[in-house]
Write a protein that binds this ligand. Structure first.
Ligand code: FAD
Ligand code: NAD
Length: 477
């Protein structure tokens, strides 16, 4: 192998796990290459993985656009603002989303150049002896080698045999980011994060949305009180959420989709214009390893790693959606940084207990740490404080008073164990809770911290006070 084709680190996958790992390796002075196979809508290489191309960023662009549309259509009358003739130009909205994506993915190429990361466009396959085969367009292959390899190939949507994706009227999350118009009747299989976010986008733009969820519990990972409030708000917005719904068949008939499902009330048939299948994601391991590089997977198909993200083969690491833990971009990136530092010889720490989760619906939902139900079932003695946004001056001024902040602390030490928010700007507000928990803060620490007035963050301050029945702007129990 010529020295030109040998690197200290090769990263396979250029998503938020892989590209961040590559940049951090290069910052540490390691000769680094990144192999990524994503091709954008313009048929060109596009770094950033699922997150930048078909995940976090495009979905948030559509959520923002549809939120503006909804607000202008019927969200401002109370403030004396009358707007008429509001129209949505779906192709223009999609083009704006595509422009945002290409600006950001182009930004990653720029960062690679600035940091001297060598970028290969093609499909990577792990061979024996830490070699990587790259299959580029037209099936041309080349081989590079490395001292260390980071696998960061991410995940892709799970498909189900009862609703086969045809990329016309039965789509996965990627297809749902590119509708050319607002479907009149939209079905969504799976009322998880993607179903709720993308269902909200199209509902705000006028679709009649039905979500079919197999489980009988709505958002089981969220705190029960927050999940119940979320369900109430989504129903109020017109999202028809059917629980314990088992889809038996969905087929495309001309321009329509005919879908059959069972639930506790019997068998049902519905006709849809579009159907989104969003029932979870699975790790991208197909064809990733040659038989001579037998990387072990766990029982769910994720790459098995130890506490320093090393696989069963020494000096081969894995991060992000490819391994256990929440499938979140910020989790992937932090693992990318940490593994780069491991390779460099450091002993980084990553606190999995304080990874924030956010659902970017309206109201937004965000949490960090543990839920009340989880702590109670673990037998922990806890204290709880809640503060409704209706009692926040800033939320009143915003005209957005839905929801609350719920804070949970240890009854003995007062250390904050979980913060759960549903309401305006929950995605931004949660950062304060994450920081507090990272520093093992107590609710008293948070209560002693001066918050600017009037801000939404005062709701966190009040929830911290409420834990010890000291809230100033709500009656204490
Ligand atoms: P990925 O981002 O999946 O990147 C992997 C890259 O590797 C891809 O470019 C892929 O093409 C490439 N690849 C795969 N196999 C090979 C191979 N053999 N050779 C070369 N390249 C290969 N998370 C959040 O935190 N916040 C959000 O708001 C959010 N919104 C989302 C919205 C949607 C619609 C979706 C689908 C996901 C969303 N996620 C969100 C999840 C987030 O996108 C993922 O958790 C994150 O992208 C995982 O990063 P990763 O680097 O592990 O993998
Ligand atoms: P999810 O796990 O959040 O939700 C999938 C839902 O589909 C679950 O409620 C599940 O019970 C249901 N389901 C499974 N099989 C079903 C079936 N046959 N019929 C009906 N319902 C069924 O997964 P997702 O929404 O596809 O998202 C995938 C991943 O992407 C998530 O793990 C999430 O972490 C990540 N993501 C994150 C964000 C964010 O951070 N805001 C946004 C989108 C996606």
């Amino acid at each position: 192998m010529s020295s030109e084709n040998h690197f200290e680190v090769v990263v396979i996958g250029g998503g938020p796990g892989g590209y961040v790992a590559a940049i951090r390796c290069a910052q540490l002075g390691l000769k680094t290459a990144c192999v990524d196979d994503f091709t954008g809508k313009d048929n060109k290489a596009s770094l950033g993985g699922t997150c930048l191309n078909v995940g976090c960023i495009p979905s948030k662009a559509l959520l923002e656009s549809s939120h503006h549309y909804e607000k202008l259509s019927h969200g401002l009358e109370e403030q004396g603002i009358k707007v008429s003739g509001v129209e949505i130009d779906v192709p223009a909205m999609i083009k704006n989303k595509d422009n945002i994506v290409s600006r950001l993915t182009g930004g990653i190429s720029g960062l690679f150049k600035a940091n001297n990361v060598t970028s290969f466009h093609g499909r990577g396959k792990l061979l024996a002896n830490k070699q990587v085969q790259i299959t580029a367009n037209k099936n041309e292959t080349s081989i590079i080698s490395a001292d260390s390899i980071i696998l960061a190939t991410g995940s892709r949507p799970i498909d189900i045999p009862t609703a086969k994706i045809n990329n016309k009227n039965i789509v996965d999350s990627t297809g749902a980011l590119d509708f050319d118009g607002t479907p009149k009747k939209l079905g969504v299989i799976g009322a998880g994060v993607i179903g709720l976010e993308l269902g909200s986008v199209w509902s705000r733009l006028g679709s009649d949305v039905v979500l079919l969820e197999a489980q009988n519990e709505f958002l089981p990972a969220a705190d029960k009180k927050i999940a119940a409030e979320a369900k109430r708000q989504f129903k109020k917005q017109g999202l028809d959420i059917k629980m314990s719904a088992r889809v038996t068949k969905a087929v495309s008939k001309g321009k329509k989709v005919l879908l059959n499902y069972d639930d506790s009330s019997g068998q049902h048939s519905i006709e849809l214009d579009k159907l989104i299948v969003s029932v979870g994601r699975r790790p991208n391991t197909d064809n990733l390893f040659a038989p001579e590089a037998p990387i072990e997977l766990d029982e769910r198909g994720f790459v098995e790693v130890d506490e320093i993200w090393q696989t069963n083969i020494p000096s081969i690491y894995a991060i992000g959606d490819l391994i256990r833990g929440p499938m979140l971009a910020h989790k992937a990136s932090e693992e990318g940084v940490a593994v780069a530092e491991v390779i460099y010889g450091e002993e980084p720490e990553l606190n999995y207990d304080v990874i924030p989760s956010v659902i970017y619906t309206s109201p937004e939902i965000a949490w960090v740490g543990q839920t009340e139900q989880h702590l109670k079932s673990a037998g922990r003695k806890i204290k709880i404080g809640t503060f409704p946004f209706a009692a926040s001056g800033r939320a009143q001024a915003l005209g957005d008073t839905t929801g609350m902040v719920k804070m949970i602390s240890c009854a003995e030490s007062d250390q904050i164990l979980g913060v759960h928010i549903i309401g305006p700007q929950a995605s931004e507000l949660i950062a304060e809770a994450v920081l507090a928990m990272e520093y093992s803060a107590s609710t008293e620490d948070l209560a002693l911290t001066i918050h600017a007035h009037p801000t939404l963050s005062e709701a966190l301050h009040e929830a911290a006070l409420a834990v010890n029945n000291r809230a100033l702007h709500i009656p204490n129990k």
